[in-house]
Design a protein around this ligand. Structure first.
Ligand SMILES: NC(=O)c1ccc[n+]([C@@H]2O[C@H](COP(=O)([O-])OP(=O)(O)OC[C@H]3O[C@@H](n4cnc5c(N)ncnc54)[C@H](O)[C@@H]3O)[C@@H](O)[C@H]2O)c1
Length: 265
């Protein structure tokens, strides 16, 4: 029950790591706002958590005494109106936001710069970087007012290195690492921690985001042979749980690499 009594918003909670985090956080006592742009995914994760014992807010189960509750919100993180509504719904249902996990993200087909069109650039940056900025901007005044809060940004080892994805994704995740560090320092004296998780390759639905660039893929594959193994979403969720909890009270502004040792090569 490491998150008992806390409320967490998790974006991209309908699949992969976000879903694993939603399930684990509720099991650890948190009330979770499970948000995703895909309605069916939101419904599925809420149903799965409810079936496991965490009740939806206001639902007949009402949540088990041993776990938290879950509420689904359909929202596109790249749209300011959706983000504001998501945060407002979290506050009106649960009263507080203690933890914000910016997990929603999309890939970029491994496109090198000369193959990136405006639409891809704007969409990838919109979801992966502007989205977390918008959520943080909405949540931070509330956290400042309460004098506490944790922001976890799911970046990538593509936010630390140059060859793990295409230009747009790599840029967005490097930007997200920068946003994390800026928030950590700017709000340090307000009781707020901000950390970035940098996963390696994890078994989820993300893929490469469509038909990959031949040139981009060929370059990325040069380093793929050094990858020790593909991780499981639960292995990332357990790190997120630690970072969200008070056990990580001295972890702030850090980039936590979770890649099975891939970047140690
Ligand atoms: N899987 C990997 O190998 C890997 C490695 C490093 C980092 N990451 C990052 O981890 C995060 C989670 O990805 P995943 O691998 O679990 O992928 P996933 O595709 O399984 O899950 C991502 C979820 O985000 C949702 N989403 C997409 N666009 C959205 C939007 N605009 N608004 C709200 N939700 C949106 C999707 O519908 C999906 O349910 C992403 O930020 C990704 O970049 C993934």
């Amino acid at each position: 029950m490491r998150l008992a009594g806390r409320t967490a918003i998790i974006t991209g909670a309908g699949s992969g790591m976000g879903r694993a985090m939603a399930e684990l956080f509720v099991a650890e006592g948190a009330n979770v706002v499970a948000s995703d742009v895909v309605k069916e995914r939101v419904e599925a994760v809420v149903q799965a958590i409810t079936a496991a014992g965490g009740g939806p807010t206001g639902g007949p189960a009402g949540g088990k005494a041993t776990g938290g509750q879950v509420a689904g919100v359909v929202a596109d993180v790249s749209k300011v109106a959706d983000v504001n509504r998501m945060v407002d719904e979290a506050l009106s249902r649960f009263g507080t936001v203690d933890v914000l996990v910016n997990n929603a993200g999309i890939m970029d087909r491994m496109l090198p710069v000369d193959e990136v069109d405006d639409e891809v650039w704007e969409r990838v940056l919109g979801v992966n970087l502007t989205g977390p900025f918008l959520t943080c901007r909405r949540v931070l005044p509330h956290m400042v007012e309460r004098g506490k809060g944790v922001i976890i940004n799911v970046a990538s080892i593509g936010g630390l290195e140059g060859g793990r994805a295409g230009a747009a994704y790599t840029t967005s995740k490097h930007g997200l690492v920068g946003l994390t560090k800026n928030i950590a320092w700017a709000y340090l004296e307000k009781g707020i921690r901000a950390v970035a998780i940098c996963p390696g390759a994890v078994e989820t639905a993300i893929g490469v985001g469509g038909v990959p660039s031949q040139a981009g893929m060929a370059r990325a594959q040069k380093g793929m042979v050094t990858m020790p193994r593909v991780g499981k979403p639960e292995e990332i969720a357990r790190v997120a749980l630690f970072l969200a909890s008070d056990e990580a009270s001295y972890v702030n502004g850090a980039t936590v690499t979770v890649d099975g040792g891939w970047t140690s090569y």
